[in-house]
Design a protein around this ligand. Sequence first.
Ligand code: ADP
Length: 301
Amino acid sequence: MVAASNTLLCIGECMVEMSPRGDGVFQQGFAGDVFNTAWYARKRMSEDWRVSFYSRVGSDALSDRFVEFTKAHGIDPSMIRRDPDRTMGLYLIELNEGERSFVYWRKHSAARMLAADPQELEHAVTGCDLVYFSGITLAILSEPDRKTLVETLEAARKLGKQVAFDPNIRPRLWQSAAEMRHWIEAGARIADIILPSFEDEQTAFGDTDPEATARRYSALGGGLVIVKNGGGDVTCLETPNAPVIRVPVRQVQQVRDTTAAGDSFNGAFLAAWGNGEPLETSVHQAADNAAEVIGSFGALA
Ligand code: ADP
């Protein structure tokens, strides 16, 4: 194995997943937006990249299994801290005539404390090259910890670290729409790469089309914006006054399960980008990866 010379640090929550196998039997797995992205990035990145997951889990056997799971899949678990009082969040998938719905137990998850130690966070971020986090990462934190995370990443960016952010808008995780918009914008403002999904943005910010989403985010901090839009073109904007670049996605014959489409896109994009591929190649590789994922079942295909 080649020694890693670059590190991608993915900051967020992973949950225990219970998915139905019929007759009241559930299969236990692990998933969560940022973790899914780390997983796909690891699959696609060259071996000279280390992919680390920064989070908190419990001190129980289930959390032990999660740490083993990350190791078994080549993700560095050394930044996963153990909480003596809390454990991992959990969600259960319900199937009703083929429609999936989710029930969550995550309000008191260990991951909600992931930014509670500013020094530890700063140390981790200083040691990496590329950091990835999401609007869900921000949503699960307390107000002071959101501030800690954003300020730490802002300082890291000044040291030359690249910061990537998916707004991953989940209105139910926020107290109010105003709070949500405030923190999503704070995250985007300090990011070099912003990876929104148009449908979420249209609902939360009233954007009329993907170009409007790209221009709105670009105007905040000047980062590269890549707007996903289901089976539609990916819209990219490199700098605020540049023309947008539209990249068509591969058509998928049979969409089986769109869970983690965006996460798998992000993982493959960061991998290609980290491997030094140009923008359009990176987007193509990202969309191809997402197309494969939605053609099969489960978050971690
Ligand atoms: P999210 O999962 O975050 O809601 P999208 O639905 O926009 O994000 O999908 C993310 C990416 O997955 C898209 O940019 C595209 O590459 C791929 N994708 C999603 N749906 C389709 C589809 N119907 N056909 C082809 N690709 C798709």
